[in-house]
Design a protein around this ligand. Structure first.
Ligand SMILES: [Zn+2]
Length: 233
């Protein structure tokens, strides 16, 4: 038996009585069948909801299937101050969307720490959510292995120093390739932030108060992420 904990990222009914939940944990993202998890008289009904952190025991049986023996007393609910803040909630739903897509986490521990840390930071009243989201995305891109190309052209691989960023090519782009690819002109601050993230991937989650000149291009990173991770801008 192994004790683990994770966040519920999705719950859906199977029928009037039972439910399926999806939990993101250090071991990956798994779906679990919860008998009576959807029953109106069940005390599990209010407990297994998105953003609840649950501890559970699991046992790997035979073909590698997982069986959860959950401890229903050990759940933690995410604070209402987080859930009722519009910007924070938007970021949380985005996190859920990302984690829902991860079925085979190879870097499970790192990704779960990232998830944990982001959620904890949301408890801070003064947190700049956009800055936090920027740090999260940059770190995630690094560990999942699709970080934007910075020192070489993302299209032709030539060494460059450019502030022109192409989402579809996968990073900064040279003058020649610019002629055939869609790109956005960014600035030195944005360029340096990405270079910093690439060389200091462990430090970036300690930084949230990014200069506004960097966050001006936050949407570029979010679109880049969506394009390469979800397959759509
Ligand atoms: Zn090029």
């Amino acid at each position: 038996m192994i004790l683990d904990s994770g966040y519920i990222i999705e719950k859906r009914p199977v029928n009037d009585i039972d439910a399926f939940i999806k939990i993101a944990s250090r071991k990956g993202v798994f779906s679990y069948f919860i008998p009576r998890g959807n029953h109106f008289s069940s005390r599990l009904l209010g407990l297994f909801q998105p953003f609840y952190r649950v501890k559970f025991l699991y046992d790997v049986k035979g073909s590698g299937g997982l069986r959860v023996i959950y401890d229903y007393k050990s759940y933690e609910k995410l604070s209402d101050t987080v859930i009722f803040d519009e910007k924070k909630r938007e970021f949380l739903f985005y996190l859920i969307k990302i984690y829902n897509r991860l079925t085979n986490i190879t870097t499970g521990k790192i990704i779960m720490d990232l998830f944990d840390k982001s959620i904890k930071m949301l408890y801070n009243d003064n947190i700049n959510v956009k800055g936090l989201s920027f740090s999260f995305l940059v770190t995630f891109l690094f560990y999942e292995g699709f970080y934007p190309s910075i020192l070489t052209c993302s299209n032709c691989n030539r060494e460059i120093h450019s502030y022109d960023f192409s989402i579809e090519s996968g990073g900064f782009i040279c003058d020649k390739c610019k002629k055939t690819k869609k790109y956005t002109k960014t600035n030195e601050f944005f360029y340096r932030a990405l270079l910093y993230g690439k060389t200091n991937p462990k430090k970036i989650m300690q930084k949230f108060n990014w200069n506004e000149k960097i966050l001006e291009f936050y949407d570029i990173i979010r679109k880049y992420f969506n394009y390469h991770f979800f397959g759509a801008e």
